[in-house]
Design a protein around this ligand. Structure first.
Ligand code: CU
Length: 503
């Protein structure tokens, strides 16, 4: 690095000696250059994820000052698991930077005295060797400064490139810089900042306590965690991204790596537009978009239907077993003309007594893996014949594994922060009959199960399951995994379906 720096300086000096002087170049001769900076220098607005600085409506190129502070911080990577992160601005990903094409960016990188490492910054928005890294290598207690002109519009990754580069990135040293085109981007209701990264801890997934970096796992590209915004749960529950029915949402979505390529997908949404590179051209109607390590895309979609939409890496074990899960909660009235359960068939009606309020189901977006609902129908004939508790449990096991296990897991253990456990659930034990209403009508909002908080949504299953099947599933749950036992009868389910019909 030092070597390169010397060579670079030597070349610059040689250039000057040879009679070059930079202003002698015509400013507009460089493609993408919009001329000399005008007006007083501007202090860049930086934001922490998932927030994005406001769009730039300035009509001229300016000199923009970016003050980026390195922070080495100990933080939770998952509940009860801590990790020593290295960051730009204290967060993973680092502070979001937004400038306009043609701007001259003066970047100040400070490394505080209590840091342990030298760091630098390579911005993919830079045209110049090393993207700024050789000019910004900064020891603890120092500041590195360099200036570049943002010649290309687009969304770009920045990262630390100090040795060992992989380790600096694996520890969280990356972020995004958006270079708005001169005419700006189309207006949307929400812009959010999300970045995927893979993490290599000494212990296994969810091993508690402080976890060090595991170089061997990193070399083998075997991450312990794959995360959005540097922490499991950074974008779920209370931290979910938010929108209202009818809004337009734009995600600035990056992948810091260091190793994995992301198959970014939002369950239940189609990206109306995906920009890669130039913000002039876009792909339409994209279901899953590939984001290479060290790259970023802008995706945009509308939210006409309420509910919870899951942000995932469609290399899906990463989502359900390594933490790569985010949520977008869309509030508003159901839109049954776009998304609704049913229509309920005559046969289903006969089985289920008065039909449950079907439109409510449309409000629930948690229809994750809802195709697993199919096996339940195989059991329905059998279920109709079943009556004794032993048969109920057999039916119930089948229903549970076909439907409930998709979320609550076959072990009943649930998924931290997203799906509560049913095994030894204190919430279930406190009022087993309440569970009948939960399965019939779904459950939204905050619940606490075994001390863990959940703020998610379970879809109503009343329209889809018979009284027999629901009674069976709950009886099976109550008698499995060390739960207190007990029995829910089909009659109790039938009564709960129609609490007000007293004829
Ligand atoms: Cu670094």
């Amino acid at each position: 690095m030092l070597m390169k720096r010397k060579i670079f300086n030597a070349l610059a000096v040689a250039g000057l000696l040879a009679g070059f002087s930079y202003p002698a170049f015509s400013a507009t001769a460089v493609p993408g250059d919009l001329g000399a900076p005008q007006g007083a220098p501007i202090q860049a607005v930086l934001t922490s994820p998932p927030n994005v600085p406001p769009p730039i409506d300035r009509k001229y190129p300016a000199r923009v000052i970016v003050n980026l502070d390195i922070k080495e911080v100990k933080k939770e990577i998952a509940d009860g698991v801590t990790y020593d992160f290295w960051t730009f601005g204290g967060t993973v990903p680092g502070s979001f930077i937004r400038v306009r094409q043609g701007d001259t960016v003066e970047l100040h990188l400070t490394n505080p005295p209590d840091s342990h490492m030298p760091h630098n910054i390579d911005l993919h928005a830079v045209t110049g060797p090393g993207g700024g890294a050789p000019l910004t290598l900064t020891s603890p207690g120092h500041e590195g400064v360099f200036t570049f002109k943002a010649l290309n519009s687009g969304l770009f990754v920045y990262h630390c490139a100090a040795t060992p580069v992989g380790m600096h990135i694996a520890n969280g040293m990356y972020g995004l810089i958006e270079v708005d085109p001169p005419e700006g981007l189309p207006k949307v209701d929400h812009e959010y900042y999300v970045m995927q990264g893979d993490f290599y801890t000494a212990g296994k997934y969810h091993d508690q306590g402080m976890q060090g970096f595991d170089m061997e796992k990193a070399l083998d590209e075997r991450p312990t965690y794959v995360l959005f915004n540097g922490r499991e749960g950074a974008l779920t529950g209370d931290n979910a991204l938010k929108a209202k029915v009818g809004d337009s949402v734009r995600l600035f979505i990056g992948n810091g790596g260091p190793n994995l390529v992301s198959s970014f997908h939002v369950i239940g949404a189609i990206f109306d537009r995906v920009w890669d590179g130039s913000l002039k051209h876009y792909e339409e109607n994209v279901q899953t978009t590939l984001i290479p390590a060290g790259s970023a895309k802008v995706v945009q979609f509308n939210t006409p239907v309420p509910g919870t939409f899951l942000l995932v890496d469609h290399s899906i074990f990463r989502t359900f077993n390594k933490g790569a899960l985010g949520m977008l909660k869309v509030d508003g009235a159901p839109a049954p003309e776009v998304y609704a359960p049913g229509p309920v068939t005559a046969m289903a009606k006969a089985k289920t007594a008065p039909a449950a309020p079907a439109a409510a189901a449309a409000a629930s977006g948690a229809a994750v893996q809802s195709s697993t609902a199919a096996p339940a129908h195989d059991t329905s004939t059998h279920a109709q014949a079943a009556g004794k508790p032993a048969d109920l449990v057999a039916t119930g096991k089948h229903v549970f594994e076909g439907i409930c296990a998709a979320c609550h897991q076959a072990t009943g253990g649930g998924i931290p922060t997203v799906f509560p456990p049913l095994a030894k659930s204190d919430f279930l034990a406190a009022d087993p009959k309440r569970a009948i209403h939960i399965v019939l009508n779904g459950l939204n909002g905050k619940v606490t199960v075994n001390g863990e908080h959940f703020d998610s949504s379970m879809p109503p299953l009343g329209p889809q399951l018979t009284d027999q099947e629901i009674a069976g599933a709950l009886t099976y749950v109550l008698n499995s995994w060390g739960n207190p036992g007990g029995h829910v009868s089909p009659e109790e389910v039938a009564a709960a379906r129609a609490p007000t019909s007293a004829h």
